[in-house]
Design a protein around this ligand. Structure first.
Ligand SMILES: Cc1cc2nc3c(=O)[nH]c(=O)nc-3n(C[C@H](O)[C@H](O)[C@H](O)COP(=O)(O)OP(=O)(O)OC[C@H]3O[C@@H](n4cnc5c(N)ncnc54)[C@H](O)[C@@H]3O)c2cc1C
Length: 477
């Protein structure tokens, strides 16, 4: 694969022993990983085509230990790559040889559950799903639900501003985080935002969410929890073609209807997911929508009737409502295991561009054409209601020519998203993967201004420096 990492700093590599000794003064023995075999476990994330063994791995247990490690690295010019669970699909957590990985997995406590205030305060290494698990007995949940929610951490979710199937109605991470404790590169600790809905001052929280570990390290977060709806019902809608399904999505959204979830799967994706999850998906349709409505029985029936009417205007062939909790669980299992199910049959890269819903039909048609022009198979499974495309481009990782084609096809698809008025990333972040396309999305002035903001927090560019911003042009910041 072809995206370059910066040339490692030979001075830092030569001082490795000294740096490890220095970090060893700050952390307990088991908090510092130095052997090659153990460091290899941190060499990549879910963008497995790229990998670099880090200089060392620090595993602090407290905010104070995070601050001490960062202060040391700041003073000694050592780069730092934050890591939650390492499930980033854009290479956000991939280290470089002259950087340490700062793993947040030991910060794994739920600190406070406040039902009257509808908030939960957690450490950054707490997994996404465990927040809902901590409050579900009282009828609450944490809304953003990435398919990786069993493993991914709230710190990583904040890093990437993650989303999920149910974010259409409830918003993504940025809409559900109220405050963070952030350690800056020089070791100073900031509390940004708060426990209430609107914090005074500049919206620095908006800046931190989605900053991909480049502005500071989040050690704690206060998130909003919501009351579960009375009931919820996913419904499968089968269409003869992807175009009809996509046009139906645009028509539902255009009619002002916001279901909880509106997920798209083309025939390739349906077959792959059904083989894995036995979810009961219709195999004889060209594309399928999973649309979930929620509320009381009356509310669900009323919203569903409007959606079904629109679906009939788009020649829907199959309408199948879930009739039981087990059926509902299977429908979501199939959708949420799409990436793993695809990984069973091929290597793949998952693109993450977002387009206006009115452009879905055109973009799906072009996606098929672009992938066919490279001779590559593609499965489309994505958050259709908010236009967040996820073409899974399949290739053979052991064939460099195939890998080059997959990467080029992916870049063409992301450019297409920008050309139709969308953007490079909906929820997976820029990371290493889309870094060099940032110039395609932003003009030089826009990009320089973003880099200047980044430099205010980390003037030496030590935090996750290989990511997000093109390597050339950083001097302008
Ligand atoms: C099978 C699968 C399904 C997925 N489904 C979805 C999905 O539905 N929706 C979605 O949005 N994403 C999805 N993802 C992508 C990924 O799970 C998310 O980006 C997730 O938020 C990453 O969390 P993590 O803990 O693994 O973070 P990591 O991958 O470890 O890190 C992600 C980024 O955040 C930074 N970071 C991590 N922790 C901190 C911290 N404490 N402070 C500051 N920066 C930090 C890292 O430096 C990196 O830039 C999926 C991934 C997989 C493998």
């Amino acid at each position: 694969m072809s995206i370059p990492f910066p040339v490692p700093d030979q001075g830092i590599l030569a001082r490795r022993d000294e740096i490890i000794a220095g970090l060893g003064q700050l952390l307990p023995f088991e908090g510092l990983i130095v052997t090659l075999d153990e460091r290899r476990a941190f060499e990549t994330d879910a963008l497995t085509a790229y990998r670099h063994v880090p200089l060392a791995v620090a595993l602090p247990r407290t905010t104070e230990e995070v601050a001490a490690v960062l202060r040391y690295c700041h003073e000694h010019g050592v780069k730092v790559v934050a890591r939650g669970a390492g499930t980033s699909l854009s290479g956000g957590a991939i280290p470089q040889p002259d950087a340490i990985v700062l793993g947040l997995s030991k910060l794994n406590k739920i600190l406070d559950v406040n039902f009257p205030g509808r908030t939960v305060r957690v450490q950054a290494g707490v997994t996404n799903l465990s927040i809902t698990e901590a409050v579900s007995a009282e009828g609450f949940f944490y809304a953003p639900d990435p398919s990786s929610q069993l493993a991914c951490t709230i710190g990583g979710n904040i890093g990437m501003n993650s989303g999920g199937a149910h974010c259409l109605k409830y918003g993504v991470t940025t809409n559900n985080v109220l405050g963070v404790r952030l350690v800056q590169m020089d070791g100073t600790i900031l509390d940004i935002g708060g426990d209430a809905l609107d914090a005074p001052g500049l919206d620095l929280l908006g800046l931190i969410v989605g900053s991909e570990g480049q502005l500071g390290i989040v050690t704690e977060a206060t998130v909003r929890i919501l009351r579960m709806a009375e009931d919820a019902r996913p419904v499968l809608f089968g269409f003869a073609t992807s175009e009809e399904a996509a046009a139906c999505v645009a028509a539902v959204i255009g009619a002002g209807i916001i279901p909880v979830a509106m997920e798209f799967m083309d025939q390739e994706a349906i077959i792959i997911c059904e083989a894995f999850a036995k979810a009961g998906y219709p195999l004889d349709v060209g594309a399928m929508l999973i649309i979930e409505v929620e509320g009381s029985g009356v509310e669900m029936d009323a919203q569903l009737k409007r959606i079904v009417d629109i679906a009939h205007e788009h020649n829907v062939q199959v309408v199948r409502e879930s009739k039981s909790a087990m059926e509902t669980a299977l429908i979501w299992k199939g959708r949420k295991s799409a990436f793993g199910a695809t990984g069973r049959i091929a290597d793949y890269i998952c693109m993450d561009g977002t387009v206006p819903t009115g452009q879905l039909t055109y973009v799906l048609k072009r996606t098929a054409e672009i992938c066919a022009s490279y001779g590559l198979r593609v499965a489309n499974v994505f958050h259709a209601g908010d236009g967040n495309m996820h073409p899974l481009i399949m290739y053979n990782v052991n064939d460099p020519e195939d890998a080059r084609k997959a990467e080029e096809a992916g870049m063409d698809l992301l450019k297409l998203c920008v050309e139709v008025g969308g953007c490079l990333t909906g929820e997976h972040g820029v990371g290493i993967e889309k870094r060099d396309l940032m110039r395609f999305q932003f003009n030089p002035e826009d990009l320089n201004q973003q880099m200047r903001v980044r430099a205010v927090f980390d003037p030496q560019w030590l935090l996750n420096p290989a990511k997000v911003f093109p390597l050339d042009g950083r001097d302008a910041a």
